[in-house]
Design a protein around this ligand. Structure first.
Ligand SMILES: Nc1nc2c(ncn2[C@@H]2O[C@H](COP(=O)(O)OP(=O)(O)OP(=O)(O)O)[C@@H](O)[C@H]2O)c(=O)[nH]1
Ligand SMILES: [Zn+2]
Length: 225
């Protein structure tokens, strides 16, 4: 697909992270190849890695791995790189005038650390205060999942989730806390299985101490971080 078309799509979809500091670093030609072409190329790259490691790719158990990994990269764990997969967030008018905070907590996060390509596993907690628009609950989970399905650093993912919801809801009053384990810390390198990483982004009213406290009380996290 041509880059102009992709850029138009991003604009139409109101991609909040485009042009902002929380943008995922992708090249201009990122979507010129089709998914099928990408799978075909990545399959050969994975085969090359395995052959370099000395593995016997005629072995029954190993022979399907290059294709399996290529499909997993493109269709699953990195599928959120493509703006066409951004969830359409159904928004509704806040007719009932619900004026309090809404919190969607314990949203499961499966992402991938962009430094080691190892899993990040944890929970995201999202809150907002409506200024006239409400969003379908599941769309918050879907937005988290979309940004998680990229090579990520946790700080950027947290900001991307908030910016997207601010865009969808038309308000600054959005917050997100992510608490996740990075397998690159837990299973290799320093191999600290107990540690996890907490990141947060507080927009608009969530910058106020009492509002932030209320949000953190809902998700039962300490403010001491
Ligand atoms: N800030 C941040 N760092 C991350 C994230 N995921 C992984 N990292 C860190 O990225 C760093 C990469 O550092 P390098 O020194 O280049 O990599 P390394 O030699 O494998 O480092 P060790 O993990 O300490 O063995 C590591 O300290 C990782 O823990 C993340 O989401 N945010
Ligand atoms: Zn890592």
């Amino acid at each position: 697909m041509k880059i102009d078309k992709i850029l138009n799509e991003i604009e139409e979809m109101g991609d909040a992270h485009a042009g902002s500091s929380a943008e995922t670093p992708i090249r201009d030609d990122a979507f010129e190849k089709s998914d099928i072409e990408k799978i075909d190329l990545i399959k050969e790259d994975v085969r090359h890695i395995m052959e370099t490691l000395g593995l016997d790719l005629t072995d029954d158990s190993l022979k399907g791995t290059p294709m399996r990994v290529a499909k997993m990269f493109v269709n699953e764990i990195f599928s959120g790189l493509h703006p066409k997969r951004k969830p359409k967030a159904s928004v509704f008018e806040n007719k009932y005038k619900y004026g309090e905070m809404l919190v969607e907590k314990n949203i499961t996060v499966y992402s991938t650390c962009e430094h080691h390509l190892l899993p990040i596993v944890g929970k995201a907690h999202v809150g907002y205060i409506s200024n006239g628009t409400v969003v379908g609950l599941s769309k918050m989970n879907r937005i988290v999942d979309y940004f998680a399905k990229r090579p990520q650093v946790q700080e950027r993912m947290t900001m991307q989730i908030v910016q997207e919801l601010q865009n969808v809801l038309g308000t600054e009053d959005v917050a997100c806390v992510v608490d996740a384990k990075h397998l690159c810390v837990n299973s290799r390198g320093i191999r600290d299985i107990e540690s996890s990483t907490v990141t947060s982004e507080f927009g608009g009213k969530f910058k106020q101490k009492d509002i932030r406290r209320e949000f953190l009380d809902y998700i039962k996290l300490d403010t001491s971080f």
